[in-house]
Design a protein around this ligand. Structure first.
Ligand code: KG4
Ligand code: ZN
Length: 343
C-alpha cells in the first residue's frame, strides 16, 4: 500500500511516499527557519504563506523521488491537527483536492499520533504493544500509553512549556539563535553537566506530569547573577540539559512503576537530543526494555510519519474529501471518526 503523506501543521512543508507504513520511498521537508529566525520564533502568517508557496513543488518532488505518479498512490494522509490553523488549512485543502481529483482515499491524521509512528519507519521490527511513548517536541511534551494504533491514552503532560520550547527559550538566553535546541545540544556535549544544580520538577505522588518553566526561569536568574555572568556557557548548557533529561527519565521510570510496557518509543523534535537518547538507551538497557528512537530526520516534523500513522490506523482515520476540515485543537484521544468517511 503506497501512501502520499502531507504535513504542514507548523513551519515545515513536508511530503513523503511510504510503502506499507514502513518503507520510506521519499521524504521531502522544506525547512522555513530562515524566514522565522529574525523574529526569534515562528510567525504563523509567514508559515502559512510559505506552505502555499512550497507545497505543490514538495508533492511533485516526493512523487518523482519515489518514482510513482499520483494515480499509482493508494491513499493520501494529511495532518489535520493540532497545529497552526493557517498552516493546517494549506495541507488539508490541498490533500482534499488531490484525493477528490484522483478518487483516492483520504486519511486525516493527528500530528501527535504521527510523531509516535515515526518509530515504525525504516526498520525491520515495529514497537510491540503496549508501549510507552515519550513525545517531546516544540509544542508538546507528554507520556502516552499506546495499547494499539487506535487506542492511546495520555498519562502525563507538561503544565507549561514543552521540552523543545524550554530548549529554544534557554538557547535564546544563551545567545544561540533560533531554533536553539540543536545548538544547545551541541554546546552541552562540550560542557560539565554537574557544574550547576538547576531545579528538577517533581509532580505530586502518582502524577506523571511535567513542567519546564521553572527550570528556564532559574537559568535566566542564574545568568543575571554575578556567578552566572562569568559562567562558561557550555557548562550552563550541559547543566540545563542534565536537568531536562533527569526529569524525563524520572517520568519514564515512574510510568513503569505504575504499569508494564513492552517498549519505550521516543519521538518529537527533542528526541533528536543526544543527551536524552544516551540516557534513555541506558535506562532501557538497565531495565531490559527495548527502546525505539527514530533517526533525527524522523524525529522532527516530517510527512513519512503521517503516512505511517494512516497505514496503521486505516479505516479509523479515513475522512471525507468534501466535508473534512483542519482542526487546530484536535484532541489526542478523540481523533477518530468524528468526520464521516466518504465512500
Ligand atoms: O517535533 P518538532 O519538529 O516540531 C513540533 O511539532 O514542535 O520539534 C521541534 C523542536 C524545537 O523546539 C527544537 O529546538 C527541538 O525540537 N529540537 C531539539 C533538538 N533538535 C530539535 N531539542 C533539543 N536537542 C536537539 N538535538
Ligand atoms: Zn511535531
Amino acid at each position: 500500500m503506497l501512501l502520499l503523506g502531507i504535513e504542514t501543521s507548523c513551519d515545515d512543508t513536508a511530503t513523503a511516499v511510504v510503502r506499507d507504513g514502513r518503507d520510506v520511498l521519499a521524504n521531502v521537508s522544506t525547512n522555513q527557519d530562515e524566514f522565522h529566525a529574525k523574529y526569534g520564533g515562528i510567525v504563523p502568517e509567514i508559515a502559512s504563506r510559505q506552505h502555499v508557496a512550497l507545497l505543490s513543488a514538495a508533492i511533485d518532488d516526493a512523487l518523482s523521488r519515489a518514482n510513482v505518479s499520483l494515480r499509482e498512490i493508494d491513499g493520501i494522509a494529511v495532518t489535520r491537527g493540532p497545529g497552526l490553523i493557517g498552516s493546517l488549512l494549506v495541507g488539508v485543502a490541498t490533500a482534499k483536492a488531490l484525493a477528490y481529483a484522483v478518487r483516492t482515499p483520504l486519511y486525516g491524521i493527528n500530528h501527535l499520533h504521527g510523531h509516535i509512528f515515526s518509530a515504525f519507519l525504516d526498520r525491520p521490527e515495529t514497537p510491540p504493544y503496549p508501549f510507552l511513548a515519550l513525545l517531546v517536541s516544540g509544542g508538546h511534551s507528554q507520556l502516552v500509553s499506546v495499547a494499539s494504533a487506535t487506542s492511546m491514552r495520555i498519562l502525563g503532560r507538561t503544565h507549561d512549556d514543552a521540552a523543545g520550547e524550554a530548549y529554544d527559550k534557554t538557547a535564546r538566553l544563551l545567545g544561540l539563535g533560533y531554533p536553539g535546541g540543536p545548538a544547545l545540544d551541541a554546546l552541552a556535549r562540550t560542557g560539565n553537566p554537574k557544574a550547576y544544580a538547576f531545579p528538577r520538577h517533581r509532580p505530586p505522588a502518582g502524577s506523571l506530569d511535567l513542567s519546564f518553566s521553572g527550570l528556564k526561569t532559574s537559568v535566566r536568574y542564574f545568568l543575571e547573577s554575578d556567578e552566572g555572568g562569568a559562567a562558561p556557557v557550555e557548562d550552563v548548557a550541559a547543566s540545563f540539559q542534565a536537568a531536562v533529561v533527569d526529569v524525563l527519565i524520572a517520568r519514564v521510570n515512574a510510568a513503569f512503576d505504575l504499569a508494564h510496557y513492552n517498549a519505550v518509543v521516543l519521538s518529537g523534535g527533542v528526541a533528536a537530543n543526544s543527551g536524552l537518547q544516551t540516557a534513555l538507551r541506558a535506562w532501557c538497557e538497565r531495565r531490559g526494555v527495548c527502546s525505539f528512537i527514530p533517526p533525527p530526520k524522523y524525529c522532527t516534523d516530517n510527512a513519512a510519519m503521517t503516512a505511517a500513522a494512516a497505514f496503521y490506523q486505516g479505516a479509523s482515520a479515513r475522512i471525507d474529501p468534501f466535508s473534512a476540515s483542519a482542526d487546530p485543537d484536535l484532541s489526542f484521544e478523540r481523533s477518530f471518526n468524528d468526520v464521516p468517511a466518504g465512500s
